[in-house]
Design a protein around this ligand. Sequence first.
Ligand SMILES: N[C@@H](CCC(=O)N[C@@H](CS)C(=O)NCC(=O)O)C(=O)O
Length: 204
Amino acid sequence: MASVSRANSSGSKLQLYSYFRSSCAWRVRIALNLKGLDYEYKAVNLLKGEQFSPEFSKLNALNYVPVLVDEDIVIADSLAIILYLEEKYPQNPLLPKDLHKKAINFQAANIVCANIQPFQNLAVLNYIEEKINTNEKLVWAQYHIGKGFAALEKLLKDFSGKYATGDEVFLSEFPLLSKLHEAYEKLPAFCAAIPDVQPDAVKP
Ligand SMILES: N[C@@H](CCC(=O)N[C@@H](CS)C(=O)NCC(=O)O)C(=O)O
């Protein structure tokens, strides 16, 4: 695992185990950036299988990124990390105060984390490729992503302003989803979290 330190003016001890193309790590990078938290980027190359190293397995028995280490606290799940950051570092809140809007945020986040992302995970796609074939792998991923996006599009229709549930920034991502994506893309915290600008990005 390679480690790259970012400028760290606040003396923060946060470390993020990440892979530049991981969507789960990507949302945590966005949250860290929105909160203005410096962190040390610990690259875990998923294509090289570094997630299965004994060192990394100690941090997450599931062998997935992201993992956040905050001094002696280790958290291995993007949503758990984001909710931890929200409580420990309350500056620049990620969630709306309104209870209903907050619940919609959780619902949308869970659609992404439980009903979309797991079906297109590397380990799952490799398994389908091995047991069935490459074509089926793509059909499988597209079906589940499409189903999840359709549910998100429907859910957010009544709530979205500039961002998903209003004009405050929230942690998630058809015509409405595209519009939201464009709005998020303009924000510096999101620009700094894209795969291509991460320390472990593969340069063309
Ligand atoms: N529920 C976890 C899922 C984490 C996850 O699936 N991570 C993927 C990258 S987005 C991973 O590390 N995959 C490695 C593999 O499939 O071997 C989260 O939201 O953090």
